[in-house]
Design a binder for this molecule. Structure first.
Ligand code: DAH
Length: 341
């Protein structure tokens, strides 16, 4: 009796292992699991009938039935993991196209700034930066613009306190740089500036400027003109001419504003250049001796020029943008247009 039960169990084991080894799908294996180890299986039947056997037989047959069950369950586990792995490998197609990732684009102001850094970098200008929250001293006083100077009205200022303000231009970085570094100095200073102006298509409460400063022995107005002309040709096109118009800034003497030929209408006259054929792009001049004195540079030994331009203005001209607010609203419909420029 015991003999025949153990033979039967052995047959069950052989048959189960053979079928498990031949199974090639997960579902098949789950079926085999229930057929060989479930409630209605031969194994369960043997275990249910143990009551009729002697204690020794119970121990022998019970033990055997349990090993058969463990072996079958283990074989099913092993085969399952093989089957799962090989299905995953078979469904991987190395030739399938990749999942495209969404590529963003640079902000147009970043693009313009990078281009400007590149053009001036090739002319030997390093990049310097300064704080946006500035003192009255750096923003005005040291730039030859004492309190009550009428030129302060040229820039509507956000004051934090009597002596602290949001910088209205990047010119204070010139002062900080000259305090830190002995001449020769050749640097551009880009950054954000703030003005308490009414917001419109043409002006915004914050915008960007790029300052330039070149100080050495014997720097002349001719160097300023040559540098600006080279910049205009490099940046706007080799045939674009520039001209200097006399102007006033407290920190430069003499001072000028630079106009370039309107490349939108080929100087014929259009709404953007207000029918003049010329576009104003920057202010500049020779560093005023008072500014040199404020930073302890001897004006008899050194001379230099400075310039400052609005980045939004350049970007608006270059990409034909008619409303400055678009640069700050982060509307994707606007920003996405610069993806492949
Ligand atoms: N800071 C001036 C402004 O915001 C621009 C400027 C003019 C900067 C002349 C200069 C300069 O360095 O020499 O309007």
């Amino acid at each position: 009796m015991t003999q025949s039960i153990s033979e039967k169990l052995e047959t069950v084991r052989q048959q189960a292992l053979a079928e498990i080894a031949a199974a090639s799908a997960e579902g098949q294996l789950y079926q085999l699991k229930s057929r060989y180890t479930g409630k209605k299986s031969d194994l369960s039947a043997v275990l249910a009938d143990l009551g009729a056997l002697s204690i020794d037989e119970k121990r022998q047959i019970g033990g055997l039935a349990n090993t058969v069950k463990t072996d079958v369950l283990q074989a099913i586990e092993d085969r399952l993991s093989q089957v799962v792995q090989s299905t995953a490998a078979a469904s991987f197609d190395a030739t399938a196209p990749g999942i495209p990732c969404v590529v963003g684009s640079q902000h147009p102001l970043t693009m313009v700034l990078d281009e400007l850094k590149d053009v001036f970098g090739k002319m030997g200008f390093a990049v310097a930066e300064g704080p946006e929250v500035e003192t009255d001293y750096y923003n005005f006083e040291a730039l030859n613009t004492p309190k009550h100077h009428p030129a302060r009205d040229m820039q509507d200022t956000f004051y934090v306190s009597d002596e602290v303000l949001l910088r209205t231009h990047t010119s204070p970085v010139q002062v900080r740089l000259m305090e830190k570094q002995k001449p020769p100095i050749r640097a551009i200073m880009p950054g954000r500036v703030y003005r308490n102006e009414e917001i419109s298509a043409r002006s915004y409460c914050l915008f960007h400027q790029m300052e330039g400063l070149y100080i050495d022995a014997h720097v002349t107005f001719a160097d300023l003109k040559g540098t600006i002309d080279a910049f205009v040709r490099n940046y706007f096109g080799n045939s674009v001419k520039s001209k200097f118009r006399p102007s006033f800034f407290p920190f430069t003497e003499p001072s000028a504003e630079v106009d370039i030929q309107c490349f939108l209408c080929n100087s014929k006259g259009c709404p953007v250049c207000k029918r003049t054929g010329w576009l104003e792009i920057m202010g500049c001049g020779m560093v005023d001796p008072n500014v040199f004195n404020a930073v302890g540079i001897n004006p008899d030994e050194w001379s230099g020029f400075a310039f400052g331009m609005g980045i939004e203005r350049i970007a608006m001209l270059k990409y034909d943008v008619t409303d400055i607010r678009l640069f700050f609203e982060n509307d994707l419909r606007f920003l996405e247009q610069f993806k492949h420029v």
